[in-house]
Design a protein around this ligand. Structure first.
Ligand code: NDP
Length: 330
C-alpha cells in the first residue's frame, strides 16, 4: 500500500518537502479483520495544527508516521461479518491507499443515492460544523444579519446556504471574484472580496448598514476586527476557525477594538464540532432532505491521486478550493 508520511514539520506555509510518499507491506488478514481500499480522503485546515508538536484538543502527528484524516473506503476482503465485502466505510484513515483494520472507529455508510464523497463534506464534519455553529452556538434567528468569513469553503458555503434557509440576510467574505459570483448565485445577499477591498471594516459597513447580529468566524485577524466594529448590540460570534493565523511563525497582534465586546455586550463562543457529535443523526436527517430537494448545493474541488494530497492540503491555504477540498483515490 502507498502512504503519505509527515517528513518534517512545516515552518510557516507547508511545502511539498514536508511530506513523503512511502510504500508498505500490509499484514495478512486475521479473524475479525478486513481490508479497505480508500476511495476518497479529506484534507482539512485543522491538520496544520496537528503538524505542530504541541498539546491541543487532538494529538500531534508524528514525524515518519502516516498522516491521518477523514476517509471513505470500500471493503475488498473481509474476515468480519459486520463489515462485508463491497460495503463502504468512513474512518480517520486517510493519506493511504489501502489498510487492514478490525473495524474500530469505522462507520458503515448508509445505502443512499448521494455520492459517498459527501460524507466527508456537506454530510460529514464540515456540514455538521456549519449547522452546529449557527444553531447551537450563535442561535441565528429569522430576519437577522449574518456575516460569514471563508465563505466559499467547505464550512462557509454551507453556513451561507443554511443562513438563507433560516431567513437571515447573509453577507460573505471570500478571496476571489469567481468565489464571490458563485456565492451570489447561491443567493448570498452581498459578498466582499477581502483581497481587493481597501478597508474591510468599511466594506462590511457598506454591505450591512443595519449592522451584524451573528458573525461566523473562520478566518480571524483583520476579519475579526472588522466584524467587531460592525456588530449590533447583543450580537453573537461563533468562533469556528482562524485560518489566517495557522501558518504564523510569530504571534499576530490581536484586534485593537476588543472593547467592542463590552460596548456592544457581545457573546463570543468557540466550539469544536466533535463535542456536538451526539446531534449528528438529527443534522444528517435534515441535511439529507435539503440535498435531495436541492435546497442546499454541495460543491467539491477534487485532486486526483494520493500523490496530489500534499498539494491539495497546501491549496487550502492558497484558496485553491471552492466547496469541500477532496482527494480522489479511485
Ligand atoms: P475551507 O474549505 O474553507 O478552505 C480554506 C479556505 O480558507 C480557503 O479556500 C481560502 O479561501 C481561505 N483562506 C486560506 N487562507 C486564508 C487567509 N490567510 N485569510 C483568509 N482566508 C483564507 O476549509 P474548511 O471549510 O474545512 O474550514 C474553514 C474554517 O473552519 C477553518 O478555519 C477551519 O479550521 C475551521 N473548522 C473548525 C471546526 C471546528 O470544529 N471548530 C471544524 C471544521 C473546520 P479564500 O479564497 O476565500 O481565501
Amino acid at each position: 500500500a502507498n502512504q503519505i508520511v509527515l517528513h518534517s514539520r512545516p515552518e510557516g506555509m507547508p511545502v511539498a518537502a514536508n511530506f513523503k510518499q512511502v510504500s508498505v507491506e500490509l499484514p495478512a488478514l486475521e479473524q475479525g479483520e478486513f481490508l479497505v481500499k480508500n476511495l476518497w480522503m479529506s484534507v482539512d485546515p485543522y491538520m496544520r495544527g496537528r503538524m505542530i508538536d504541541r498539546e491541543s484538543y487532538i494529538a500531534p502527528f508524528i514525524i515518519g508516521q502516516v498522516l491521518e484524516g477523514g476517509s471513505i473506503g470500500e471493503i475488498i476482503k473481509s474476515n468480519n461479518e459486520a463489515f462485508p465485502v463491497g460495503s463502504k466505510v468512513s474512518a480517520m484513515n486517510g493519506w493511504r491507499s489501502h489498510y487492514v483494520t478490525d473495524g474500530a472507529d469505522h462507520t458503515l455508510l448508509p445505502q443512499t443515492p448521494i455520492n459517498e464523497s459527501h460524507f466527508l463534506g456537506v454530510l460529514g464534519m464540515p456540514g455538521m460544523t456549519a449547522w452546529t455553529g449557527l444553531n447551537k452556538i450563535a442561535n441565528l434567528k429569522e430576519g437577522e444579519t449574518l456575516f460569514v468569513s471563508g465563505a466559499a469553503g467547505a464550512v462557509g458555503s454551507i453556513v451561507c446556504q443554511l443562513g438563507k434557509l433560516m431567513g437571515a440576510k447573509v453577507i460573505a467574505s471570500v478571496g476571489s471574484d469567481d468565489k464571490a459570483q458563485h456565492l451570489s448565485k447561491l443567493g448570498v445577499d452581498a459578498v466582499i472580496n477581502y483581497k481587493t477591498t481597501k478597508d474591510l471594516s468599511q466594506s462590511l459597513s457598506d454591505a450591512a448598514p443595519q449592522g451584524i447580529d451573528v458573525y461566523f468566524e473562520n478566518v480571524g485577524g483583520e476579519h475579526l476586527t472588522a466584524a467587531l466594529n460592525n456588530m449590533n448590540d447583543h450580537g453573537r460570534i461563533a468562533v469556528c476557525g482562524m485560518i489566517s493565523q495557522y501558518n504564523d511563525t510569530t504571534p499576530t497582534p490581536g484586534p485593537n477594538n476588543l472593547a467592542m465586546i463590552i460596548i456592544k455586550k457581545l457573546k463570543i463562543e468557540g466550539f469544536i464540532v466533535f463535542e456536538h457529535w451526539d446531534s449528528y443523526p438529527q443534522f444528517a436527517k435534515k441535511m439529507g432532505q435539503w440535498l435531495a430537494t436541492d435546497a442546499i448545493k454541495a460543491e467539491q474541488t477534487v485532486y486526483e491521486g494520493l500523490e496530489k494530497a500534499p498539494e491539495a492540503f497546501i491549496g487550502l491555504f492558497e484558496g485553491k478550493n471552492r466547496g469541500k477540498m477532496l482527494v480522489s483515490l479511485k
